[in-house]
Design a protein around this ligand. Structure first.
Ligand code: A3P
Length: 314
């Protein structure tokens, strides 16, 4: 069993505590959540199904785009859509959410019945992920990781924007929730550690991608994704993929920009395609003490892993 499989309790939260109310064991939360498998989850998750996900019967050509929320999931989905359509995503008249459904939020049967090759989106730590019952049926994972402070900022705007979270707090309060793992998908530090350990065990079925590399060296990342998915690619397809997965193009692409979810947004919400930049955290982390505390937790939680060297937090 991989080391990452052995997390029974995350962040001190008791596994198996379940609720659809806005609460946390002994500590009310200022947003609507539920506890599933020991971590705080989006209210749309079916927590009873989540407990059974590790037993899901995967196929070797199944792929999970798996991320901590706000790490570039939608962007990676668009890249995969572009590669699959040889640079012409407009030929598939379906939203990204329909092509790559959110695995934890959908009924088991719908997920089972999808035609192969099946690609899903997931926001689970490795120990909660679908794995298949044997080596022969193991699936693949594309894990996208992003600078934790940019994730924190992006998730803050996301939770303020969607009305169903009912979150009305300000940024400093949100940072405390983030550091305490009291936001969607639990503690970022624990989450990324599980995927790091999985990838670091030289598991060839995991592609580990940095959001920042998608920005800085898109050609290389797109080639890696195509090779990993065993899909044909050439320079022309790469050029089209770079263009059609750019922030500017995705902002206007109604199959990629989440405009179909507009009824879920509050009136004053930031758009889903908000800024798409690296380093926006510098415009938000104005509290010196809190910033220092963030850095300390990062070092403490990720000591001895490569993740620590992937990001400069200063
Ligand atoms: P910001 O809120 O910082 O703008 P997810 O899809 O995991 O929810 O991540 C959403 C974040 O990815 C948002 O970040 C969004 O703007 C950004 N994003 C989406 N498409 C992008 C693209 N093509 N290029 C850069 N960032 C993108």
């Amino acid at each position: 069993m991989a080391k990452a499989d052995t997390y029974p309790v995350m962040n001190g939260i008791i596994q198996g505590v379940e609720s659809k109310e806005r609460w946390f064991p002994g500590d009310p939360l200022p947003w609507t959540t539920q506890i599933c498998h020991g971590i705080t989850c989006n209210i749309v998750i079916d927590y009873k199904r989540c407990l059974k996900i590790p037993e899901f019967e995967t196929k070797p050509d199944d792929v999970f785009i798996v991320t901590y929320p706000k790490s570039g999931t939608t962007w990676m989905q668009q890249i995969v859509k572009c590669i699959r359509t040889k640079g012409h995503p407009e030929t598939v008249d379906e939203h990204l959410e329909d092509i790559f459904p959110w695995f934890e939020a959908m009924p088991q049967k719908d997920m089972e019945d999808r035609p192969s090759p099946r690609i899903y989106k997931s926001h689970s730590p490795y120990y909660m992920a679908a794995k298949g019952k044997s080596e022969a049926t193991r699936c693949k994972y594309i894990h996208v990781i992003r600078h934790p402070k940019d994730v924190c900022v992006s998730l803050f705007h996301h939770m303020k924007g969607f009305w169903d979270y009912e979150f009305n707090g300000e940024f400093p309060e949100f940072v405390d929730l983030f550091l305490g793992g009291k936001v969607e998908s639990g503690c970022w530090f624990d989450f990324v550690r599980t995927w790091y350990e999985c990838a670091a065990s030289k598991d060839e079925r995991v592609l580990y991608v940095r959001y920042e590399d998608m920005k800085q060296k898109p050609r290389e990342v797109i080639q890696q994704v195509a090779d990993f998915l065993e899909l044909p690619i050439d320079e022309a397809i790469i050029d089209l993929t770079i263009e059609k997965s750019s922030f500017a193009k995705m902002q206007k692409d109604n199959h990629a920009n989440m405009s179909w979810r507009k009824e879920e947004f509050r009136a004053n919400a930031e758009p889903f395609m908000r800024k798409g930049t690296v380093g926006d955290w510098k415009n938000h982390f104005s509290d010196e003490e809190q910033n220092k505390h963030f850095n300390e937790i990062f070092t403490e939680k990720l000591a001895g892993t490569k993740v620590e060297s992937l990001y400069d937090l200063n």
